[in-house]
Design a protein around this ligand. Structure first.
Ligand SMILES: Nc1ncnc2c1ncn2[C@@H]1O[C@H](COP(=O)(O)OP(=O)(O)OP(=O)(O)O)[C@@H](O)[C@H]1O
Ligand SMILES: [Mg+2]
Length: 276
């Protein structure tokens, strides 16, 4: 059996489509018959509620695994989709950033917590919060790969230099296995010239690292969380649903075709002042 791929979905920029991507990629991989664990590592708990779990009613969640050694196996929730489990989070997780600061090996907590269950899955997808704080560091220390969603808007590349230099540091100091899986363009709007400008600029900098599949701006993707469902259980015909299924297929064929792409040196990253 192929080893598990642990993939962090990260970008410290807020609202770029991390959670929408983590949720719908996880669901699409499960629909393609992979065994998938979605780890909600954001105190906002959006990936948790996207599957209809009530954050307020959670007794145990990922916070307890990080700070109190509660086994991850005991917090897992099955979803309506065969093969897809969720490790839920709620706002208590914000406390972990503070409580772990003085702990030895604090960046390794998530990796240790996940280790006993990782073998049950083909993919572990981690939804990161919009910061490069201790929670995201835990995700990047546990992961083999990082998927970076980029929103097709002004200043899309702002902050990417910082993210890439953080990834370089993590690869050097914390986790030599970590590679950039790829960049996925989100909220692509073909009626808007700006989307095409962002695509051209991102392709110019990142070339083969950019997924061919672009995620369109699609209202079904923003509606489905309020029904507690990933898009493919809410509207299988929606363009957004199809795009995430295509992304999952492209990912699977990339992963079987060739090894991960090495992280670029931060010296090759776009200038901070890049405008799209
Ligand atoms: N392709 C899309 N089409 C339409 N709306 C989208 C799309 N992707 C995301 N959205 C909406 O944009 C908003 C931000 O998306 P999302 O929550 O996935 O971003 P995020 O990066 O996880 O945000 P945060 O940084 O706060 O965690 C949400 O309201 C979501 O429903
Ligand atoms: Mg999010």
């Amino acid at each position: 059996m192929a080893p598990t791929t642990i993939m962090a979905v990260a970008n410290q920029k807020g609202g770029v489509g991390k959670t929408t991507t983590a949720v719908n990629l996880a669901a699409s991989l499960a629909a393609l018959e992979k065994r998938v664990l979605l780890v909600d590592l954001d105190p906002q708990g959006n990936a948790t509620s996207a599957f209809g779990f009530d954050k307020a009613e959670l007794v145990r969640h990922i916070y307890h695994c990080l700070v109190a050694d509660v086994p991850v196996a005991s917090i897992l929730r099955q979803t309506e989709l065969h093969g897809l489990d969720v490790a839920p989070a709620n706002p208590d997780l914000a406390g972990a950033e503070v409580e772990l600061v003085t702990e030895l090996g604090r960046e390794g907590r998530l990796g240790e917590a996940l280790a006993p269950v990782v073998d049950r899955y083909d993919y572990v997808i981690i939804d990161c919060p919009p910061s490069l704080g201790l929670l995201t560091l835990n995700a990047l220390a546990a992961a083999d790969r990082v998927l970076i969603p980029l929103q097709c808007e002004y200043y899309a590349l702002e902050g990417i230099s910082h993210l890439l230099s953080t990834l370089d540091l993590i690869t050097a100091r914390l986790n030599r296995r970590l590679t950039i899986d790829g960049i996925v363009l989100t909220m692509f709007d073909r009626r808007n010239k700006l989307s095409f400008q962002v695509e051209a600029e991102v392709n110019a900098y990142f070339a083969a690292q950019v997924y061919q599949t672009k995620i369109p701006r699609n209202v079904r993707l923003s509606e489905s969380p309020s029904f507690g469902k990933p898009a493919l259980l809410y509207d299988i015909t929606a363009p957004g649903t199809k795009a995430y299924l295509d992304l999952a297929s492209e990912m699977l064929s990339r992963h079987t075709a060739k090894p991960a792409i090495a992280p670029p040196s931060s010296s090759a990253t776009p200038p901070r002042e890049a405008t799209v």
